[in-house]
Every structure is written in structure tokens, then in C-alpha cells.
Design a protein around this ligand. Structure first.
Ligand code: SF4
Ligand code: SF4
Length: 598
């Protein structure tokens, strides 16, 4: 047994390794990414970043059909993308063991919503296991695999930001040998033609009954008294810290499904109940149903004391606990003052900043006085902010082209769809196919920085597959590449593409190709640096107010100066200055240009 400080996500990876996984797949998404990153260090099993969550799901699901032990990981919204095979997997069951990690993001630190995926468990009839700290993330992952193996059914492991990204002491064992599958064909189980699906439905319901029995072991009653706290997932950690020691607590580590007898036994002799759970009242709903059917007449509090949105915090739990116990609660008076607000910003040297400048100038020159910027999910979503304001919508992965279609069909305004390389391969492809098929006049700008940068530099298919060729293959007639740092040429090409779309009423694709700045600086020890020649600088403000590289700051006399701690010497600001006042100094390292363009 080893003991280390591990992230919850690393603990899940070690739990999966101990369980004998041989195949793991995922799509990067905060807060789930580090699970696959950790597994990639183990070369005796197959681990991949898939092109999207549905493909990742099907990869792991297919392996478990063959009897393998497999894992799929994604953030909560990813399960929407994978929800089709998710529903089928519950009908067919599996032969090996299959765990689906869905990492939720309450409070939306890095997401477009905070959906509670425990609902997917209720809808799909798939049990949900919910860890409450890194150690439980390890042990419950192993238990989830054991459950899946015993009942031949997929299991969801639902974490959240606080469990996935907190570091804590974890006792763990060495990985077990990977359990691979063997070719077996079972069309009467896995081919969901109506006849098989009808039979499977009966079997699924039987498995669900078995799961309700098995699930008891994940939950535990401790303490005693006539007041009961039911705490699910991360709520249990807060309750253990804040509740009186002898209090009766039912720890729920498997919120879906609850076991009827276990809940009835916890409610016996209790006058009042407080259910603490993050986001939706999943446990509350089930407990109230069970209590009602069993004839209990107990006051059950839940979402009347605990908010339905946002992360749980010790403060929120303490407030609810004190209210429940009839104790006085003094709100914490600690307030952090004097921290200036810092809006999120693109990194110094980010090629997207230059692309946004190029796009605005190019489309104006190409004759688009008014447009709709149909954005997408990725670092470039920061283009929603001033001064660029080039993301009029960004709703879900790959949505830019679909939304653009709706905007054009309803208004006749030619839209500009902006999508990243990873997102293009994730789910932009079908929408581009649709745009070609239905003659959508749209200017598509693919921002190709060669990585899925937002989640931590995970590889993107664009490293191996040329987006220009893909677009051509789909039938796009106008396809060109630009270097976003080459302002003059980029503006000219975008202007040309815009006029072409207007004239031909068909889609055009421009790929803005330059590496993510964080990738580049990782590869060099010494970087050049930009310098403002003050004698040439007129204080026009363009470089800091309009271009907004965080390394460029205004002086009191309005002239610009460069923060040498932030500047990475990318040179993108040089063509922006109309007075040629910015120059690069220092040695350009060997291979500099090649890495930026790789
Ligand atoms: S764009 Fe050029 S002239 Fe204008 S403030 Fe910046 S460095 Fe000075
Ligand atoms: S060279 Fe210019 S654009 Fe690049 S990081 Fe430095 S100041 Fe910013």
C-alpha cells in the first residue's frame, strides 16, 4: 500500500488501474481531464483522447462488450454528447466491467451550465456513485468496477470540481494487470433491433432490482438521535466537519438508486430530516417518495434549506445545519477587499487575439458591414469580451455552424462561424457537411492552434489531419490558410473569402494556423522580447486598448511600454502599431518559426 497526496482525478485513475482496466478513452473537459492524463503514463493498456465523448463512450463500451474492464471520462456536458450510447448501454448491459466518469462543474467555473448528471442515472437506469474526497474517489472507483462486474451493467461515477481537483492523502495499491477482452459475438444481446431491445428491457429491469439490493453497501448510517442528516457526495465531507460528533448521519455515496429498506431503517425513530446535496434534489425526491409510501409523517428538509444552484460551501452547510438544529448562526464577516477585478484575458502571444483583429478588418473590407459572429467552445470564447466582441453566441461544442445556419435562414444576414480545431473535429464536421449540402453562405474561420488548449494542452486531431483537406473533401470550394500574425495577408484573404461567400452563396473555410503560445514557450529556454521605441510611439493606444496583449501597458503619457515578465516575444504586436514603434530585441531561438507554424 502506498500513500501519496493525489488529486481526486488521479485517485480515480489509480482506482481504475487497480480494478484492471485495459481500455480507457475520454474527451478533455474541466474538471475531468487529469484522469486520462494520469492513465496515459501506463503503457501496458490502451488509453486515448477521442474525438468527442460519444466516440470515447463507444470505445470503452465496445471493449466491455468483449469482456474487458474499461473506463470513459468526460465533463458533465459531455454526457449529453454521449447520451445516445449511454441509454443503449443500460439496455444491453455489458460483459466485462464499465465505469463512466462524469465530472460535474457546479458554479460553472469553466462550463456553460451546471447540470446534475445524477438525473441521467435515474433516466437511463444506471447506478450513480458519488465520491466525497480523494480517498473515497479511489475506493469508490474500485467498488464501482466491482458492482459493474457483478451486475453486468455500466456504472456512473459522478464527481465534481471540489472532489476532482482537490489534493488529499490517498492510500492506494499498485495497478493490477489489465483485463482485456476476447472476441465474442452476441447479436441477441448487443444488436438492439426491436425484438432484442424488447427482451433486453425486461432484463434491464431485473438488473435494476438487483442493483437496488447491491447499492446498500455504498451508504452508511453513523451516530444516533431523533434528527437525521442525509448527506450525499461532497456534502458528507462538509457535514463531518461541521455537525456535532454524535449526530445521526446517513452517508450517501450512491444517490441513484436508493435502497428502500435502508432509507426506511434510517428514518425509524427520527422526527426531522435534513438532506444536504449539491445541485438538484435527487436524493430528496427519492427519500420523500419512500417515506410517503411507507407512511412516515416526518418533516423532511432539503432544497428549502440548501440552494439548488452553485457549489456547496462550508458556509452554506453550516447555515443549514444551524437552522436545522435551532442554533444561532452568525454569518462570517470576512470579506476580501481591495482586489481589483480581473476579467479573463487571452494569454500574451495567443494567436486567437491576432485572428480576431484579422477577422474584423477582413470582413469589413470584404463588404460585410453587419454580421453575426457564431462562436463556439474553447479559449477563443474570450473573444466575447471587448474590444473584440466577436462571439455573439456560444452555446455548446460544435454549435457555431448550426446556429449560423439558423441565423442566416431567419434573417438573411451572412454569418461568420468561428470554431477551434479540436471543436471542429469534435462536432463541427457534421454541421459543415450540412452547410455544404444546403448551400449555407457562411464564412467559417477555423482557429487551428494544434491543441485542445483550454483543458491543458491535450492533443488535437489537427496534428495529424489537415483541416484544409478535410474541408475540401467535404466539398467546400473556397478553402485557404492564413498565418494570423501576418496581418496584411490575413486581412486580404479574409476579405476575399467574404466577397466569395457573398457572391456564390456557399460556405468558405479559412484556417488560421499558428501554435498555442503556451505550447511554444514550453519548448524554449530563452525568448526574444518586444520593445517600444518611445521616440516613435505617439500614444495612439491601439496596441493596449484595441489589441490588448496583457504584456503591453500604458504609461502615464499614454505611450506604450512592455512588461518584460509577460512578453513572450511572439511579435504579433509589431504589425498592429501604425507607427512601427514596436520591435523585437534579443536572439530568436533556433527553430522558433517552425514551432509556431508546426
Ligand atoms: S500602437 Fe504603437 S504608437 Fe500606438 S501606443 Fe502602441 S506602440 Fe505606441
Ligand atoms: S511580442 Fe507583443 S504581442 Fe507578443 S507577447 Fe510580447 S507584447 Fe504581446
Amino acid at each position: 500500500m502506498k500513500k501519496s497526496l493525489l488529486l481526486g482525478n488521479e485517485a480515480i485513475a489509480f482506482g481504475a488501474l487497480k480494478s484492471g482496466i485495459s481500455v480507457a478513452a475520454g474527451y478533455p473537459g474541466t474538471p475531468s481531464t487529469e484522469i486520462i492524463e494520469t492513465l496515459q503514463r501506463f503503457k501496458d493498456r490502451y488509453v486515448e483522447w477521442s474525438v468527442n465523448e460519444k466516440v470515447a463512450f463507444e470505445t470503452a463500451y465496445g471493449a466491455s462488450m468483449m469482456g474487458a474492464y474499461s473506463l470513459v471520462t468526460m465533463k458533465h456536458v459531455g454526457l449529453n454528447v454521449a447520451s445516445d450510447p449511454l441509454m443503449s448501454s443500460s439496455y444491453t448491459g455489458i460483459d466485462g466491467a464499465f465505469v463512466i466518469v462524469s465530472a460535474q462543474d457546479p458554479s460553472m467555473w469553466s462550463s456553460q451550465n451546471e447540470q446534475d448528471n445524477r438525473y441521467y442515472g435515474l433516466m437511463a437506469l444506471i447506478p450513480v456513485i458519488e465520491p466525497y474526497d480523494p480517498q473515497s474517489a479511489y475506493t469508490l472507483t474500485i467498488k464501482a468496477f466491482k458492482l459493474s462486474e457483478r451486475v453486468h451493467h455500466p456504472v456512473i461515477l459522478a464527481t465534481n470540481t471540489r472532489v476532482s481537483h482537490v489534493r488529499g492523502p490517498v492510500e492506494y495499491e499498485e495497478p493490477s494487470s489489465p483485463i482485456f477482452g476476447k472476441l465474442k459475438k452476441k447479436p441477441d444481446k448487443y444488436s438492439l433491433v426491436p425484438e432484442v431491445a424488447k427482451k433486453n428491457r425486461e432484463e434491464q429491469l431485473k438488473r435494476w432490482e438487483l442493483i437496488q439490493e447491491e447499492i446498500k453497501q455504498f451508504n452508511e448510517i453513523e451516530g444516533e438521535g431523533n434528527k437525521l442528516i442525509i448527506a450525499s457526495g461532497i456534502a458528507y465531507s462538509y457535514v463531518k466537519e461541521l455537525a456535532p460528533e454524535s449526530m445521526k448521519i446517513l452517508r450517501i455515496s450512491a444517490p441513484v438508486p436508493l435502497n428502500k429498506e435502508q432509507i426506511i431503517s434510517a428514518l425509524e425513530g427520527v422526527d426531522e430530516v435534513l438532506i444536504i446535496e449539491e445541485l438538484e434534489p435527487i436524493v430528496e425526491m427519492q427519500v420523500k417518495n419512500i417515506a410517503f409510501d411507507a407512511g412516515f409523517s416526518i418533516k423532511i428538509h432539503g432544497k428549502d434549506y440548501i440552494p439548488r444552484s452553485g457549489e456547496l460551501t462550508p458556509d452554506i452547510v453550516e447555515f443549514a445545519l444551524k437552522k436545522f438544529l435551532g442554533l444561532y448562526y452568525e454569518p462570517k464577516a470576512i470579506k476580501i477587499k481591495d482586489i481589483p477585478p480581473r476579467p479573463p484575458a487571452m494569454c500574451p502571444g495567443c494567436p486567437h487575439r491576432s485572428s480576431f483583429v484579422d477577422i474584423k478588418r477582413g470582413i469589413t473590407l470584404g463588404g460585410l458591414s453587419q454580421t453575426f459572429f457564431s462562436g463556439d467552445i474553447g479559449c477563443y470564447s474570450l473573444g466575447v469580451l471587448p474590444p473584440f466582441q466577436e462571439q455573439d453566441s456560444l452555446t455548446d461544442m460544435g454549435s457555431s455552424l448550426g446556429i449560423a445556419n439558423g441565423v442566416y435562414r431567419s434573417t438573411g444576414v451572412i454569418p461568420v462561424a468561428i470554431i477551434g480545431d479540436s471543436t471542429f473535429f469534435h462536432s463541427g464536421l457534421p454541421a459543415l457537411t450540412n452547410a455544404v449540402y444546403n448551400n449555407l453562405p457562411v464564412l467559417v474561420i477555423v482557429l487551428d492552434n494544434r491543441v485542445t488548449a483550454m483543458t491543458g494542452q491535450n492533443p488535437s486531431p489537427s496534428r495529424e489531419i489537415d483541416i484544409l483537406q478535410v474541408a475540401k473533401g467535404l466539398g467546400v470550394e473556397y478553402v485557404k490558410e492564413i498565418d494570423p500574425f501576418n496581418l496584411k495577408e490575413s486581412v486580404k484573404i479574409i476579405a476575399d473569402a467574404t466577397s466569395w461567400v457573398k457572391q456564390n452563396k456557399k460556405p468558405a473555410v479559412v484556417v488560421a494556423k499558428r501554435a498555442c503560445a503556451l505550447e511554444v514557450i514550453d519548448k524554449f529556454e530563452e525568448l526574444p522580447i518586444a520593445e517600444v521605441k518611445l521616440e516613435k510611439c505617439t500614444g495612439c493606444t491601439i496596441c493596449y486598448d484595441y489589441f490588448t496583449c496583457p504584456a503591453i501597458i500604458p504609461r502615464e503619457d499614454k505611450k506604450a511600454t512592455i512588461d518584460t515578465n509577460l512578453c513572450i516575444g511572439c511579435g504579433a504586436c509589431i504589425p498592429i502599431c501604425p507607427y512601427q514603434a514596436i520591435e523585437l530585441k534579443g536572439k530568436i531561438p533556433k527553430g522558433w518559426d517552425e514551432v509556431w507554424r508546426s
